[in-house]
Ligand binder design. Structure first.
Ligand code: PLP
Length: 235
């Protein structure tokens, strides 16, 4: 059975307290870090809770799941794609998501740009970078990030808001934390380098999940993507 709204509200209050603590410790302005609740695998009611709580957007990792859910609710939230996008779903994703965080190839950039043009809209995207050099993770290799950004900036129907990454897991909690820190620091460095090189802000650094959001905030995250801490374990 899915949690009730009060449970969600308590968890969200607690999470926001922990976010503020991490901001204080890291010398960050709490206004510079946004919470993106990840509603994947949960019912459409999850998006309604998020809207009622006053948060602006939800994250989903599968295109079709989000399309179905969006049809079931008129919750006043934006929908962001955070999971891997196959190019045969690019058009559907461009039509149904308000932002796509998982863009990691030139092919996807081209398809999303064409789809956005057909719909007469500007589609906001993030470039997903494999900043932890994890062979098991999606995202473009950091050495290819500059070339991908150059292509992205030349696509008139896309708006490049920033970068996204997922940290690789370790075999122990200490190793996982070390990977997370290194990955997040690396993404921030990549962002700073690219922003300087191309003269664009790339303001958004989407990094940090339930297990590592405090480390991500310490390293400069502007958007943490949290599912488990808000909605419980996924089946
Ligand atoms: C599922 C998912 C999250 C949320 O993970 P939790 O550990 O449940 O907070 C964040 N980012 C991405 C890309 C995900 O797929």
């Amino acid at each position: 059975m899915f949690i009730d709204y009060d449970t969600f509200r308590q968890r969200a209050d607690k999470l926001r307290m922990l976010m503020q603590e991490a901001c204080r410790t890291g010398g960050r302005d709490p206004a510079g870090v946004t919470l993106l609740p990840v509603t994947k695998t949960h019912p459409a009611a999850a998006a309604e809770y998020v809207a009622r709580y006053g948060l602006p957007a939800v994250g989903e990792n599968r295109v079709q799941e989000a399309v179905d859910k969006r049809a079931q609710t008129d919750a006043h939230v934006r929908w962001e794609l955070i999971g891997h996008l196959q190019s045969n779903k690019a058009k559907l994703a461009a039509a149904h998501f308000d932002r796509i965080q998982s863009v990691d190839s030139e092919k996807l950039l081209n398809q999303l740009d064409r789809a956005a043009e057909e719909m007469g809209k500007i589609l906001p995207v993030l470039l997903q970078i494999n900043a932890g050099n994890d062979p098991a993770k999606f995202g473009i290799d950091p050495v290819d990030a500059s070339r991908l950004l150059a292509v992205a900036l030349a696509r008139p129907n896309l708006r490049i808001d920033g970068l996204m990454t997922i940290a690789p897991l370790g075999t122990t909690p200490d190793e996982t934390a070390a990977h997370a820190r290194r990955t997040f620091a690396n993404l921030r460095t990549i962002r700073d380098d690219l922003a300087g090189q191309y003269g664009v802000p790339l303001r958004e650094l989407s990094m940090g999940m339930t297990g590592d959001f405090a480390l991500a905030i310490a390293e400069g995250s502007t958007l943490i993507r949290v599912g488990t801490a808000l909605f419980g374990r996924r089946e």
